[in-house]
Design a protein around this ligand. Structure first.
Ligand SMILES: O=P(O)(O)O[C@@H]1C[C@H](O)[C@@H](CO)O1
Length: 314
C-alpha cells in the first residue's frame, strides 16, 4: 500500500468515527438522564409517578443496601418501577430493587425509594441525588436516609445502628459536590450551609424508640463519611478516615442529604454497621458485598420494628 492510500484509509476511518460519534451525541442529547434534569423535567417525573396513586405522603424513606425489608411494614403497597418513569436511571446494585413504593405505616402515608443510585455505578453526582428532587416535587418534607456502612470507630460492632449526627462529604471536599453546576433557584439557593443538616429531634426520637424496644445496647450516634467506592477502604485509607473524625464509612447518603437540605427538607440519617473496617495494615481480612447483605438481613426485623414506631410518631 502506498503512503497516500494509507493516509486516505486512516482519514476515512477517522471520519467514520467522527460521524458515528456525532450520531451518538445527537442520541444522547435527547436523553434527559444524560444531559441533566431541568426543573420542568423533575416536575414532569413527579407528576407521572403520582398518577399511580391517590396517596400524597410527606415522609420519604431511601432504603440502603439490603435494607429494602423496610417495605415489609408498608400496608397496601403500590409500586412504581423506575423503568416505567421516562428519564429515570436504573438500579444496578444487588440489594437495590429499583422501585418506588407508596403505602401506609400504621395509617401514616409514606413513600419508599427502594434502590438508590451510587456514584460508583458510573452516574454523575447530580444524577445520584436527582430522585430527592423528584421526591420533593411529589410533596415529601421529611427525608429518612438509611445505608449500610463500615464501622471505623473501634467501640462499634457489626450490627450496631448509628444515627447520623453529621457527615463528611469526601467527594464534595475534593471537587465532586452534588450541587456543582448551574443553579436553578427554584430548587434552592446557590450557596447552602450543610452544618446541622440532621434533625436533632428526629435523632432523639429514633434513639428513644430503639431504646424502649430494648435495642439501646446496639445504638450509636456518630459521623458518616462518604467515599466514592466501589472499593472498600484499604487499612491505610481507613486510618485516615478515622483520623478525620468519622465513625462509619459508606458510599452514599451524603449527596441525597445535601440535595434534601438544598430543598429545605427535614433530614434524618441512620447507618447499619454491616462490617467493621480493618485498620490493621497487612491484615488479609477482606469484606464483601455479601457480608454487607448478610448483616442487613440479620438486622431487618429490628429496623422494621423501630421504623414502624418512628414513622408513627413523626
Ligand atoms: O446504598 P448503601 O450506601 O446502603 O450501600 C452500601 C455502600 C455500597 O453500595 C454497598 C457496599 O456493600 O453497600
Amino acid at each position: 500500500m502506498t503512503r497516500s492510500s494509507l493516509d486516505w484509509k486512516f482519514r476515512s476511518s477517522e471520519n467514520l468515527r467522527f460521524e458515528e460519534r456525532k450520531q451518538r451525541m445527537a442520541a444522547i442529547n435527547t436523553d434527559l438522564s444524560v444531559i441533566g434534569y431541568t426543573y420542568e423535567d423533575i416536575q414532569n417525573m413527579a407528576q407521572s409517578i403520582l398518577k399511580n396513586t391517590e396517596l400524597r405522603p410527606k415522609i420519604g424513606i431511601i432504603c440502603g443496601t439490603g435494607l429494602g425489608g423496610i417495605a415489609d411494614i408498608v400496608e397496601n403497597p403500590i409500586t412504581v418501577s423506575y423503568d416505567t418513569i421516562k428519564g429515570f436511571p436504573v438500579s444496578t446494585v444487588k440489594g437495590h430493587s429499583g422501585k418506588f413504593v407508596f403505602g401506609t405505616i400504621k395509617g401514616k402515608e409514606v413513600l419508599l425509594m427502594m434502590g438508590r443510585f451510587h456514584y460508583y455505578e458510573g452516574y454523575p453526582m447530580w444524577k445520584v441525588a436527582m430522585p430527592v428532587r423528584v421526591m420533593k416535587a411529589m410533596g415529601i418534607e421529611v427525608l429518612l436516609l438509611t445505608n449500610a456502612a463500615g464501622g471505623l470507630n473501634q467501640d462499634y460492632k457489626t450490627g450496631d445502628i448509628m444515627i447520623l449526627k453529621d457527615h463528611i462529604d469526601l467527594p464534595g471536599l475534593t471537587g465532586e459536590c452534588v450541587l456543582i453546576g448551574k443553579n436553578d433557584e427554584r430548587f434552592g439557593p446557590r450557596f447552602v450551609a450543610t452544618n446541622g443538616a440532621y434533625d436533632v429531634e428526629l435523632g432523639k426520637k429514633f434513639l428513644q424508640i430503639a431504646t424502649e424496644l430494648g435495642h439501646g445496647s446496639i445504638m450509636r450516634e456518630g459521623i458518616y463519611i462518604m467515599i466514592g467506592g466501589p472499593t472498600f477502604s484499604s487499612a491505610a485509607e481507613a486510618r485516615v478516615l478515622r483520623m478525620f473524625g468519622a465513625d462509619a464509612v459508606g458510599m452514599s447518603t451524603v449527596p441525597e442529604s445535601v440535595v434534601g437540605r438544598h430543598s429545605s427538607m427535614k433530614i434524618f440519617g441512620v447507618s447499619l454497621i454491616t462490617d467493621m473496617v480493618d485498620l490493621d495494615v497487612g491484615s488479609q481480612f477482606q469484606v464483601t458485598h455479601e457480608d454487607v447483605l448478610r448483616t442487613a438481613n440479620e438486622r431487618a426485623l429490628i429496623l422494621q420494628d423501630i421504623f414502624v414506631k418512628f414513622v408513627q410518631q413523626i
